[in-house]
Design a protein around this ligand. Structure first.
Ligand code: PLP
Length: 451
């Protein structure tokens, strides 16, 4: 009887509604209080094309956040798709311990050339890359006779992923506080996020003031410090907190002086997002001029397949190279260096080589900036950008602004995902000027409606 009712109910539901009901029953969604879905929409997507996502009823949504910052060149990109298809016909996977394959070699060589960091260690997601960098740094100091250098520092409001180690250096209360008893202790340095500056202080002055505090701390604690981990230029999960690159330059000098590793977490900002291939390049010509380790993920495969990598220096690599097994870095993940993911990454890098992505992004960034003037009649502050990240903070009494704005955006055909009161655009690089016009105009309406 009950089953029958359910069947007839299913028949009356649209394909969209049916997918929603089944998903809410069977799928535990990430970063979500599931009960909120009693009031906030879950959106079933059946296909994507360029900046657009389509639901089962044919309604489309402009993906203003590149699906959590991963999709660099739009959905259903012919070149990336073709590369994966070709790889699929030859080798879908082989374990990387004791074995190797052309896509992982080629990718490692290209990343070495791009960053100046010649040794690539792979995993499948950003948080794992953070874990690897932390473990490698700790292990380096142990291997080189400094076992006391075992602690990490990060910035206030930092985000480095949500596995236990990564959460230990993350500083976002809503993600961290519940798990505090499980986490390794780390100290947080004052964030150079310009929104926190004093009135009258320039972005550069504020960054220099913050870096002084970093120096004071490191000078006092370097004996026990393994590494300082930092999101270069933009603290994305903190709500697109942007800061002056002089902070990175000085942080490097301080870390060198006191023998502390600098880990650049470029998971969100790598691959052209801030206007340079890597965000650390705003502070120095090469990533290796700033970082001992760089963590890459998200955009690395153009948003096609999970992949992450930690790149590091020859000096660090050599500290593990030994006859004794335990001196080696014995970390592993089953899908390490997956050939399909590497082929997607190679196709993504090829797009940077074949097309003038950075130049086009510069023009698009300027266009978005100009267009965003239509927002200035709203109660907003800190209108800001770095490359293809544009953001502003909304002054509102609505305690549920973020969720209301998200829901109102979907109703209008926009995938907006505010972080607190920060609304931001991090669209695929292929967004057209018409799409930008529409995105910004609709966003203005959505914000106005949800204040
Ligand atoms: C997203 C992100 C991570 C974590 O990556 P996951 O793939 O979600 O685990 C780490 N650091 C930064 C800066 C990020 O933006």
């Amino acid at each position: 009887m009950k089953a029958q009712c359910k069947t007839s109910y299913n028949l009356r539901m649209s394909e969209n509604q049916s997918l929603i009901a089944r998903s809410l029953a069977a799928v535990w969604h990430p970063c979500t209080q599931m009960k909120h879905h009693e009031h906030y929409p879950l959106t079933p997507i059946v296909r994507g094309e360029g900046v657009w996502l389509y639901d089962a009823d044919g309604k489309r949504y402009l993906d203003t956040v590149s699906s959590w910052w991963v999709n660099l060149f739009g959905h259903n990109h012919p070149a990336i798709k073709e590369a994966i298809k070709q790889q699929l016909d030859t080798l879908e996977h082989v374990m990387l311990a004791g074995f190797t394959h052309a896509p992982v070699v080629e990718l490692s060589e290209q990343l070495a050339k791009l960053t100046g960091l010649g040794h690539a260690f792979y995993a499948s997601d950003g948080a794992s890359a953070t874990e690897i960098a932390l473990k490698m740094s700790f292990h380096y100091w142990r291997n080189t006779g400094h076992p006391n250098k075992s602690k990490f520092i990060s910035l206030q409001n930092s985000y480095h992923g949500e596995t236990l180690g990564a959460l230990g250096v993350t500083d976002v209360a809503i993600f961290k506080d519940t798990y505090a008893p499980l986490l390794m202790q780390s100290a947080q340095m004052p964030s150079p996020d310009f929104r926190l500056a004093d009135a009258g202080e320039t972005e550069e002055q504020f960054a220099l003031r913050c870096v002084e505090a970093l120096e004071t701390y490191i000078a006092a604690h370097h004996d026990e410090l393994a590494a300082f981990i930092i999101e270069p230029l933009v603290q994305c999960a903190a709500g697109m907190g942007m800061y002056h690159p002089v902070y990175l330059k000085r942080a490097r000098e301080i870390c060198t002086e006191y023998q502390v590793h600098l880990i650049a977490d470029e998971i969100a900002v790598g691959f052209g997002r801030t206007g340079k291939m890597f965000a650390t390049e705003h502070a120095a010509p090469k990533v290796s001029d700033i970082a001992d380790f760089v963590c890459l993920s998200k955009g690395i495969t153009g948003g096609y397949l999970p992949l992450s990598v930690v790149l590091t220096t020859d000096e660090i690599y050599q500290a593990f190279y030994d006859d004794r097994t335990v001196k080696g870095f014995l970390h592993s993940h089953s899908y390490t260096g997956n050939p399909l993911a590497c082929s997607a990454a190679l196709a993504t890098l090829a797009l940077f080589e074949q097309t003038s992505v950075m130049q086009a992004n510069q023009a698009a960034s300027q266009y978005i900036q100009d267009k965003m003037q239509v927002l200035t009649h709203l109660p907003i502050q800190y209108l800001r950008h770095h490359g293809m990240i544009h953001a502003f903070d909304v002054q509102t009494q609505n305690a549920q602004f973020s969720r209301d704005c998200y829901a109102a955006g979907l109703a209008k055909g926009l995938l907006l995902r505010p972080i607190g009161n920060t609304v931001y655009f991090m669209p695929p690089y292929v967004i057209s000027t018409d799409e930008i016009d529409w995105m910004v105009e609709q966003t203005a309406l959505v914000v106005e409606q949800t204040l």
